[in-house]
Design a protein around this ligand. Structure first.
Ligand code: LLP
Length: 438
């Protein structure tokens, strides 16, 4: 993965930094991000679009991992940004991310969030439903401000991924349905509005997708509607946003396509369709989250207790779990790991890695082959950069880990570890209503 090597001490090294030094300095669990890996992936996407000679935007889906440093990096890498809450928008603005390159998503944006987006003059709002559309029309009229919008549609394409992370099928909470005429009605409404400027169409078919065909099918499906809109409303989109979902390698058996393959397939489909209609090729926008940061992240844990059940299984427990990585519990996601302090040693035993939560489902990895494990070893779990920290929680009142960026032999803590007092900082006793004399 990325810049990872085993150094002379037999330790796992990332970005030229010994992970054992990091574990000692910052404690565990610790998220370590390989900045060079993120840079390389952003460059691969840019390069793929440049080779296709189309206008494009690569919007980092910040739900995958969001913090000030990550937003700064995304800006530096020439990415746009997909945010889906006031919290993500706030973080981006705090980081000085240019508002005009921010796109706002979500199936239930609140009036307050829409107002924040309009007042901050962000790049575009991806309109998801009629409720939001009516709020947005009223808001831009009151503010007398124009707002660029995309319309999110569900293209009816199955992504062949876990059902919780599949979004493009017709029966979905996201977007306007193409078949029932909802999308047509929304487009007509936006085109007739003075302040909303319809830039184009958005679709996101799902996540952790290994087949480029899904994107091609989505483009073709959208074009079926574009042809209709062109004839009926004389509307042809400037932007075609095909969303994110590009698969990454978590464990053996995951074989992601080179990133340019996805881009080639979707852009070539758009070029063909545009040519058939004798219309210009639209700008192609994508929204990768996982593909930019997933493999760049590694989580370091300290190994604590061990339980051997003869002839059944050996459990080894780490000092984190579903509080910093809920994906195995939620999606049966698979990961792989090594002992970071003994990375060159022969693999001798099969263990299952448990988290520390009071919950049987809190397992990170089943049946992992490691050297003979001892208490105090450091376990490095790979590909935790996307939806790990961003879905972290305080279940069992466990503290959220620290996050460190590493590059060229340097390291910097970009999110501090929570401390116990953070847990009760916003809490109060209920002394005002506590019954004194029941
Ligand atoms: N665009 C939209 C509109 C999305 O909803 C998402 C993800 C993305 C882009 C980025 O998808 P990516 O390239 O990262 O796959 N928590 C789940 C993933 C949920 C994804 C939700 N939307 C997981 O851990 O796998």
């Amino acid at each position: 993965y990325g810049t990872q090597i085993i150094n002379e001490q037999g330790h796992l090294e990332i970005g030229g930094v010994d992970t054992i030094t990091l574990a000692e300095k910052y404690g565990t669990p610790l998220f370590v991000y390989d900045v060079k890996d993120i840079r390389d992936r952003a460059e691969q996407f840019h390069e793929a679009f440049r080779a296709q000679q189309v206008n494009y935007q690569i919007a980092y889906a910040s739900k995958a991992f969001s913090c000030i440093a990550m937003m700064e990096l995304a800006d530096e890498l020439g990415l746009s940004l997909d945010v889906c809450s006031d919290g993500e928008l706030f973080t981006a603005l705090e980081a000085g991310f240019p508002a005009e390159r921010i796109h706002f998503h979500g199936n239930n944006k609140t009036p307050q969030e829409l107002e924040m987006a309009v007042k901050e003059k962000i790049g575009c709002i991806v309109v998801d439903n009629f409720t939001e559309l009516s709020w947005l029309m009223a808001l831009t009229e009151t503010e007398k401000t124009e707002m660029e919008v995309l319309i999110r549609i569900t293209p009816g394409v199955e992504a062949h991924t876990h059902e919780y992370i599949s979004t493009g099928q017709e029966d979905s909470k996201f977007g306007f349905d193409l078949n029932s005429g909802q999308a047509d009605k929304a487009i007509k409404t936006i085109l007739a509005h003075d302040y909303l400027k319809l830039q184009g169409v958005h679709s996101h078919i799902g996540s952790q997708i290994f087949r480029a065909e899904g994107f091609e099918e989505a483009v073709k499906e959208i074009y079926r509607s574009i042809k209709k809109w062109d004839t009926e409303f004389n509307y042809y989109p400037k932007v075609l946003n095909v969303g994110g979902g590009f698969g990454i390698r978590y464990a053996a058996g995951d074989e992601p396509l080179p990133l340019h393959v996805y881009i080639d397939r979707m852009v070539e489909a758009a070029k063909d369709e545009a040519e058939n209609m004798n219309r210009p090729v639209p700008e192609v926008w994508i929204e990768p989250g996982r593909a930019l940061v997933g493999e760049a992240g590694t989580t370091l844990y300290s190994i604590g207790s061990r339980k051997d059940i003869p002839d059944v299984r050996t459990y080894i427990s780490v000092d984190g779990g579903m509080t910093d990585n809920i994906r195995p519990a939620l999606y049966q996601a698979e990961y792989t790991a090594v002992l970071a302090n003994r990375a060159a040693e022969a693999l001798e035993e099969t263990v299952s890695v448990a988290g520390k939560c009071c919950e049987s489902g809190d397992m990170l990895i089943w049946d992992l082959l490691l050297p003979k494990v001892t208490q105090g070893d450091i376990l490095a779990v790979f590909s935790t950069g996307a939806y790990g920290y961003s879905m972290a929680n305080n279940y069992n009142r466990i503290l959220r880990p620290a996050v460190v960026f590493v590059e060229n032999g340097r390291h910097e803590c970009v999110i501090e570890r929570e401390v116990l007092s953070d847990l009760t900082r916003r809490e109060k006793s209920y002394s005002q209503i506590r019954a004194v004399d029941p």
